[in-house]
Design a protein around this ligand. Structure first.
Ligand code: NOJ
Length: 513
């Protein structure tokens, strides 16, 4: 079997360094001792029960109910995978896969329907207690995301992440969750993918609340969100760590930007700036020595704002005290990574995007190549070399932090024979092993997702699951795909074997799970 990823890589060799090519071959590769495997989901994408037992609406309930066909298939998360009722089956699937941990998120409005800590909803607490306890019964470690995009609608009406008061509102929520579940939960993620929250939700129309207040609101959101994350980390550190002994961090979305031409200095700078805007925006304030937003952002946005006639930079500043407050607020680096783009800068890049806007502020143009597509879905392009490159840059730029891969995965349009997903997983795991071989301190890998779920604006059209979910059946049956059997074998043997062909006739739970 020739590894398809190699072809993808070969197509790119003239343009970019293609490290993952080194992974091609049939030799099985071992994962380091103690390396952990998991899968992930998020509350709005799986739970359903959108208004059951006292839960109040969040921004996704509000948006999908007000304008259903903003979502590709006019669907919503009202029922989704119905995990609110089927959580025992979810845990059974975790046992079938043999995973070490499970990453899921809690719904703010299920636990605190008023948005505030004046009232804690007992039914919400009971649901998450049941979910956690069921996992722990089988030695599956819960990893909890506090915020995976489902902001209380009431807080949105008060400005959401652009209102600085959200730092306290979020901190109250975090404290409540630590005190309710921290006796058992030791892995916390404060926020999932802040750049998607702020850019797509506030600077664009591609995620709720679709504010499209370009070049201003996404930056206000970014600062408040970072301050809220930092406050939640400090609260844990000061009030809970000594008794609960857990770890807290943030999970960043990351596209890798590769220069279109590595010998062209402008392209190299364009790629670097794009990386800084995309994920450095959140990594630099927390993981760098100097703190605050990346210098590339401060410089570009400051100069552009002045030229555009703004009274001050559209990028809010951190005071020295705030920089110090945010810096170091992570016990590990949480990374979500799926794909890459090529970036360039020439005369045509200036004025290419509407201004003011996040993309205009980068002065770069980026795109991906058709050759990077495998399978029917266009959603995730296959660029394992980008995964290697970003892991290497994180090691070099931030003094080799411990990295938890909190998401990585591939979309198909459905079907149980998902060879393309298997190709994707194997090529990305190989690229990750290359980075580990060179010294990156990567502790864990999380497959997105254990099962199909509500894929935001794509509804149920794009499928990320190791298990297929049948949405035409009210019982929401879950059936393992071929990739589930392959992942199970990787987890069981702690080995990446490119040639393994599973028997997909029956899924079992191995002894000890
Ligand atoms: C990132 C997000 O965290 C998750 O919610 C989403 O479903 C996956 N990427 C796939 O797009």
């Amino acid at each position: 079997m020739l590894w398809k990823g190699f072809l993808v890589c070969a197509a790119l060799l003239a343009l970019a360094e293609c490290k993952a090519a080194r992974s091609v071959g049939h030799e099985p590769r071992k994962f380091p001792d103690g390396f952990l495997f998991g899968t992930a989901t998020a509350s709005y994408q799986i739970e359903g029960a959108w208004d059951k037992d006292g839960k109040s609406p969040n921004i996704w309930d509000h948006m999908t109910h007000s304008d259903p066909c903003l979502i590709k298939d006019c669907s919503n998360g009202d029922v989704a995978d119905d995990s609110y009722h089927l959580y025992k089956r979810d845990v059974e699937m975790m046992r079938e896969l043999g995973i070490d941990y499970y990453r899921f998120s809690m719904s703010w409005t299920r636990l605190m329907p008023t948005s505030f800590s004046d009232y804690i909803n007992p039914a919400g607490v009971e649901f998450y207690n049941n979910y956690i306890n069921e996992m722990m019964k089988y030695n599956i470690t819960p990893m909890v995301t506090l915020y995976h995009w489902d902001l209380p609608q009431k807080l949105q009406e008060m400005g959401g992440w652009t209102n600085p008061n959200i730092v306290d509102w979020y901190a109250d929520y975090a404290r409540t969750v630590y005190s309710l579940f921290g006796d058992r939960v030791k892995f916390w993620i404060t926020m999932n993918e802040p750049n998607i929250v702020c850019y797509n939700g506030y600077g664009d129309t591609s995620m709720a609340p679709r504010l499209n207040l370009k070049g201003v609101a996404e930056y206000l959101c970014a600062k408040n969100l970072l301050m809220a994350h930092a406050k939640a980390w400090h609260i844990y550190d000061e009030e809970f760590r000594s008794t609960q002994g857990g770890t807290v961090s943030i999970t960043l979305s990351s596209t890798w930007f590769e220069p279109e031409d590595k010998n062209n200095e402008d392209h190299v700078q364009a790629a670097e700036d794009s990386n800084q805007f995309d994920w450095g925006q959140y990594a630099h304030p927390i993981f760098s020595e100097s703190g605050g937003f990346p210098p590339e952002m401060v410089k570009n946005i400051g100069a552009k704002s002045a030229a555009q006639g703004f009274a001050r930079s559209r990028l809010p500043e951190f005071t020295e005290e705030e920089k110090a407050y945010v810096r170091g607020t992570s016990d590990y680096f949480g990374l979500n990574h799926y794909s890459s783009k090529l970036a360039y800068r020439n005369e045509s890049a200036y004025g290419y995007h509407e201004a003011p806007s996040f993309f205009d502020d980068t002065d770069t143009v980026s795109y991906n190549l058709e050759e990077w597509k495998i399978g029917e879905s266009d959603f995730v392009k296959v660029t394992p070399w980008g995964f290697y490159n970003i892991l290497t840059k994180i090691r070099k730029d931030y003094n080799n932090p411990s990295v938890y891969i909190t998401e990585n995965g591939f979309a198909t349009l459905g079907g149980l024979e998902d060879e393309d997903r298997i190709t994707y997983y194997r090529s990305y795991l190989a690229a990750m092993l290359d980075a580990i071989d060179e010294g990156s301190d990567i502790k864990a890998y999380t497959a997105w997702s254990i099962m199909d779920n509500f894929e935001w604006m794509q509804g149920y059209t794009e499928r990320f699951g190791l298990y297929e979910v049948d949405y035409s059946d009210p019982a929401r049956p879950r059936t393992p795909r071929k990739s589930a059997f392959v992942y199970k074998e990787i987890v069981r043997t702690r080995t990446l074997d490119f040639d393994y062909e599973p028997d997909t006739t029956v899924m079992t739970i191995d002894e000890g799970h």
